[in-house]
Design a binder for this molecule. Structure first.
Ligand code: PBG
Length: 332
């Protein structure tokens, strides 16, 4: 039956009716808040603003613990840790230092807020002097990232995070075989119960710009297109995710989120694993800039974005808006 018997507006008439038939809900317990923890904050300042990400700060260890406490109090499920080390080298050896900034932050946060999940980003780019996500091949110009030599370093990094007490490790480097290498190392080191959240479909994106300012991880030469995915490729994203499942991933991620809803859906369907969507720094910055200019209503825009990612199939959303979003969701 069509119009006039059918009237779609009937069930939209009141808030009560709309709530009754709403298909998608978002909870603070599905959100993860990324934190940038700095080893030696400039001038000892506990919090340093990030120019391209208004409202997000680079944090000292104690400020990161405060932030984690606030996140937990708001009902947010997890924090996702990124380290900004004092020193970098060719190999990125700070990444697996047991007293490195991320390892210290994991211990401090788990001690202060045990119920809050701590996810660690496993990558070398914040720790390498050249800013790439792995070690470079010794010979030949132009230099490229050596996939197989990087695997062992990533595995070491992941197990150092698990040893510090990380609840979930999340490799974001896009080397082939890294999920398998990390799983093997974790199992061998006594961390068989530590889940891996694989950044399976991570695209070489323009939307990571502000993150690279925050984490000081802009590549010194070239770009990441030799290892991160081509934004044009959807079938390949599904293939990446299925390979990570074969290698032992417990959860998979699509990143960025906003322009990739089709792939959140496709990866969810193909893997049947929990899927995380990473609403990345540039996506956050766009909303903040438009809201500051008075072009959009920030609260409404953020809630609509989160809803759209949940509707696409994301189980978990990693977002810099997490604290505000949790407050707004509680008021709804
Ligand atoms: C590390 C990493 C990046 C992001 C998450 N992990 C940067 C990159 O790949 O260049 C981006 C997150 C964001 O933009 O919010 N490899």
């Amino acid at each position: 039956m069509a119009f006039p018997q059918t009237r779609m507006r009937r069930l939209r008439a009141t808030a009560g009716l709309r709530g009754l038939v709403r298909e998608t809900d978002t909870r603070a317990g599905q959100l993860a808040l990324p934190l940038f923890v700095v080893e030696s904050p400039h001038g000892g300042a506990p919090r340093e603003p990030i120019a391209t990400m208004p409202g997000v700060e680079r944090l000292s260890l104690s400020a990161a613990v405060e932030e984690a406490q606030q996140a937990a109090a708001l009902g947010i499920a997890a924090v996702m840790l990124f380290g900004v080390p004092a020193e970098k080298d060719e190999q990125g050896s700070g990444a697996w230092n047991q007293d490195g900034i991320v390892q210290l932050a994991v211990r401090a946060i788990k001690q202060a807020v045990p119920q809050l999940l701590v996810i660690t980003d496993v990558c070398l780019c914040e720790y390498t002097s050249h800013g790439h996500c792995g070690v470079l091949t010794g010979e030949g110009a132009p230099a490229t990232v050596d996939n197989d030599a990087t695997l062992e370093l990533l595995a070491r990094t992941a197990s150092s995070h698990a040893r510090a007490g990380a609840d979930i490790v999340a490799p974001s480097d896009m080397m082939d075989g890294r999920v398998g290498a990390i799983r093997e190392e974790l199992d061998g080191e006594g961390f068989a119960e530590t889940p891996i959240l694989a950044y399976s479909a991570k695209f070489a994106s323009a939307f990571y710009g502000p993150f690279r300012d925050a984490a000081d991880s802009t590549p010194a030469f070239g770009d990441r297109r030799g290892y991160q995915m081509d934004p044009a490729n959807g079938r390949e994203a599904v293939r990446e995710a299925l390979l990570d499942v074969q290698e032992g991933a417990d959860m998979v991620m699509v990143k960025p989120a906003l322009a990739y809803g089709d792939l959140i859906r496709a990866v969810k369907r193909a893997t049947r694993l929990p899927v995380a969507a990473y609403n990345v720094s540039g996506e956050y910055a766009m909303v903040k800039a438009a809201a500051a200019a008075g072009y959009i209503d920030e609260r409404a825009a953020v809630l609509e974005i989160l809803t759209s990612l949940r509707r696409a199939g994301a189980d978990t959303i990693i977002t810099y808006h997490a604290k505000d979003a949790a407050k707004w969701l509680a008021e709804q």
